[in-house]
Design a protein around this ligand. Structure first.
Ligand SMILES: [Ca+2]
Ligand SMILES: [Ca+2]
Ligand SMILES: [Ca+2]
Length: 372
């Protein structure tokens, strides 16, 4: 009897220690253990990964292998593919100039999750803000490294993707510090899309209530801003990921309201135009603007990373979203399965050749989807 009581005390003690440790790590260091476990799982999933399944009439090849957790893709104005690598949080930007040739553009930029070219600079959304890079002697390695936005919230999520509008202003996806405001409250800058001038000045909240808007893109014809958002984890069922059309001053519902008016405090919030797979982690997105697949022009491609729980049946695919405008002027969206069998696809981009490129964080690869 006494032995069993001791065992209970020891087990309860260990449990309490773990819970306390998790809470302290989350609160003080910004480390969410369950989130990190998901990231680690994705990284060690590398190796023996089969090629993803391409849709009929499309051939998939590996462009580059052995990347350290690629997070974001961008084409330079002269046609080289730039890749941001998470690299265990240490961060690296690599340029792929021709098959098999890689150039390190910059290292030590913490957790880069979004890259975009603008006016000779490469902008990097990274933990805590935005840094921009410039190569001044033509070898692609950055000689000027300027942090232009600092002090942005970072805990469970952080600063995500970046895009530039035709007005030359920069929009920035800014994730939440928690799942739903628990433990840490809500910072006015988190869970938002921010806008700033290209030098980082005049920063303000453009849209709010977006838990983790990982990536954003302007519609090639209308100039409207589209963004993904990851739905909250609690409750564990019934909360979708989202595709949103972002308007200045819009409130997209987080933390209380989700899907089409579920949860609470939904009044005055903007509903998503498409619901994406629950826990699928809808992240990188790109409009198809190439000539290789005329039937997909104007469609939106979205990478679903996969569940934090590691459930292999969730996400791990790229979907194609067909957009149309209804009579009342609102967007409608039809989501189609497109490619599957990835480790953890995180970003999508369209090449100058019209092929579709997908960065697989878990496999450490970039794939090219092209007409044979
Ligand atoms: Ca240089
Ligand atoms: Ca929403
Ligand atoms: Ca992207």
């Amino acid at each position: 009897m006494r032995k069993r009581r001791w065992l209970t005390i020891v087990v309860a003690g260990i449990l309490a220690f773990c819970i306390l440790g998790w809470a302290l790590a989350y609160y003080f260091v910004g480390v969410d253990v369950s989130f990190i476990a998901g990231m680690v799982r994705a990284r060690v999933a590398d190796g023996g990964q089969a090629m993803p399944a391409a849709p009929a009439g499309v051939e998939v090849t590996t462009v580059v292998d052995g990347l350290d957790a690629p997070t974001s893709l961008a084409w330079s104005p002269d046609g080289a593919l730039y890749v941001a690598e998470y690299a265990g949080g240490a961060g690296r930007i690599t340029a792929l100039t021709q098959p098999g040739r890689r150039v390190t553009v910059a290292e030590g930029i913490p957790a880069p999750l979004g890259i975009a070219f603008h006016d000779g600079w490469l902008y990097v959304g990274r933990r805590g803000g935005v840094t921009r890079l410039r190569d001044t002697n033509g070898d692609r390695a950055a000689d000027r490294i300027e942090p232009i936005v600092d002090g942005l919230p970072a805990l469970r999520h952080q600063t995500d993707g970046i895009a530039f509008g035709v007005d030359g202003r920069m929009v920035i996806g800014q994730g939440s510090r928690s799942d739903r405001g628990e433990m840490v409250g809500i910072d006015p800058l988190e869970a938002s899309i921010l806008v700033a001038d290209a030098d980082g000045s005049n920063l303000r909240v453009y849209a709010s209530g977006l838990r983790n808007p990982y990536d954003l893109a302007f519609h090639p014809a209308t100039g409207e801003l589209f963004a993904t958002d990851n739905g909250r984890d609690v409750p564990s069922q019934g909360v979708s990921d989202e595709l949103n059309v972002i308007v200045d001053g819009g409130d997209y519902g987080w933390p209380d309201c989700w899907d089409q008016g579920e949860g609470s405090n939904c009044e005055g919030t903007v509903a998503p135009i498409a619901l994406l797979e629950e826990h699928g982690s809808a992240n990188g997105l790109a409009f198809y603007t190439g000539a290789m697949f005329p039937e997909w022009r104007g469609d939106l491609f979205i990478a679903l990373f996969g569940a934090n729980s590691g459930d292999p049946s969730i996400g791990k695919q790229v979907v194609r979203v067909e957009l149309a405008r209804a009579q009342n002027g609102e967007w409608t969206a039809e989501v189609h399965a497109w490619a599957s069998g990835f480790a953890n696809p995180l970003d999508v981009t369209v090449g100058p050749d019209g092929a579709i490129y997908v960065a697989d964080f878990g496999a450490g690869k970039v794939y090219r989807f092209a007409a044979p």
